[in-house]
Write a protein that binds this ligand. Structure first.
Ligand code: ADP
Ligand code: MG
Length: 387
């Protein structure tokens, strides 16, 4: 892979002051709970986006990426979210959002120009959040070079603002939180209501376990529409039950919900309420019995997404079922659904057998061959050693 230092030399003909990097993420459990003020348990992965930066004296930000031939240049002082589009809206959107924070704190005089070069081995659009990786890499770099001293959660919110306003994607804070707070061999428990973050030891390697990603390579055209419909159903459920968000509900409220709501909205609500419980149960199981004890919770999460939230697809259901038949302790759809990827918790010794069984099962049903690879829970965004 081209490093960001090489990319910097190619794009700007100079050597950077330093390099910063941030990882993509996988969600272990807690799906479609984020916009319901709920709980999520993602982890940062061993695929990273690197950003090499050199401070300049002309007041301009220039961005380049190994994924694009263009170099985009904007004056720091004239950055606006409306003027940004394409891939550069991610890094420049973060620069804009950080400038807004800096201005609000009276730190506008620190906003120097700089040249940023991006290189990455996070696959784009594969559900591993290359978007959060690029945002967070840029955010930690500018936070340091501009001397803003912002806390990680402030950076999370600046990145979210960039993605919501400059890119125009209505996303939550899970991905950036995982990317900024990740710790090797740990998951990141995020309470989307209080924004409290806690790292939770996974202990995968010690238990002889690995996380397998099975990218179905299926992407349904109605994914965006389906996501909006699910959000609308959740909002409707909350309104009809008289609560601000579904986070206010516990399993004890489900009989009342069933009596009041339509069957469809009830099942959406039941998914969210039980998924929050599964996140808590997963954290408890990890703390007491370790990672071998979370397989059934992953399967419960998958069944809930398949039957109640209705966001799975046949390719993913086959991958999940066959992975478990072949020896995985648990498996589930991960990400927004309507295609995308699933993950399986597999004994490392059975990796090859499970991967082969899944590939063969999909092939025998004339379904697209999945892309199967491993991810390791890894450290979050940081200033890298070299540079
Ligand atoms: P995901 O986050 O699942 O990978 P998204 O659609 O949310 O998919 O974000 C992908 C977009 O982020 C890309 O289309 C591109 O605009 C931007 N992006 C991510 N990584 C890079 C990169 N290394 N260089 C340039 N743009 C990137
Ligand atoms: Mg994304």
């Amino acid at each position: 892979m081209t490093t960001s230092v090489e990319a910097h030399a190619a794009a700007f003909g100079s050597y950077p002051d330093g390099t910063w990097s941030a990882p993509g993420r996988v969600n272990l459990v807690g799906e479609h709970t984020d916009y319901n003020d709920g709980l999520v348990l993602p982890f940062a992965i061993d695929r990273r986006t690197e950003c090499a930066v050199k401070v300049t004296d002309d007041g301009s930000i220039r961005v380049a990426s190994t994924h694009s031939p263009e170099v985009v240049c904007v004056k720091v002082a004239s950055l606006t979210p409306d003027g940004l589009d394409g891939w550069s809206a991610y890094p420049l959107g973060v620069a804009w959002a950080l400038r807004e924070v800096a201005v609000s704190k009276g730190l506008a005089d620190r906003l120097l120009g700089c040249d940023l070069a991006i290189a990455s081995d996070v696959p784009i659009g594969a559900g591993l959040s290359s978007s959060a990786a690029i945002e967070c890499a840029v955010a930690v770099a500018l936070n340091e070079l501009w001397g803003l001293g912002l806390e990680p959660m402030e950076l999370v919110l600046a990145c979210q603002r960039a993605e919501n306003v400059a890119v125009g994607a209505p996303t939550g804070i899970m991905d950036q939180t995982a990317s900024l707070f990740g710790v090797e061999d740990h998951a990141v428990l995020l309470d989307c209501q209080s924004r409290e973050v806690q790292t939770v030891e996974l202990g995968l390697a010690a238990a002889g376990l690995s996380i397998m990603v099975m990218d179905s390579k299926v992407e349904h055209a109605h994914a965006t529409g389906g996501y909006k419909e699910r959000r609308a159903d959740c909002e409707r459920g909350a309104t009809e039950l008289g609560v601000a968000t579904l986070r206010a509900l516990s399993p004890a409220d489900l009989p009342r919900a069933k009596a009041v709501l339509s069957d469809r909205v009830f099942r959406r609500v039941r998914h969210v309420v039980t998924e929050n419980e599964r996140v808590l149960d997963t954290v408890r199981a990890l703390g007491t019995l370790g990672p071998t004890a979370i397989g059934d919770l992953m399967l419960g999460s998958h069944a809930s997404m398949r039957d109640d939230f209705e966001i799975s697809v046949p390719e993913i259901d086959v991958a999940v079922d066959v992975a478990v038949e072949a020896g995985a302790l648990g498996a589930r759809l991960t990400g927004g659904g309507f295609g995308g990827a699933s993950i399986a918790l597999v004994p490392t010794a059975k990796w090859d057998d499970i991967a082969a069984a899944v590939t063969e099962a999909l092939d025998s049903r004339s379904m697209q061959a999945p892309h199967i690879f491993g991810v390791r829970p890894s450290d979050g965004a940081r200033h890298d050693e070299q540079g």
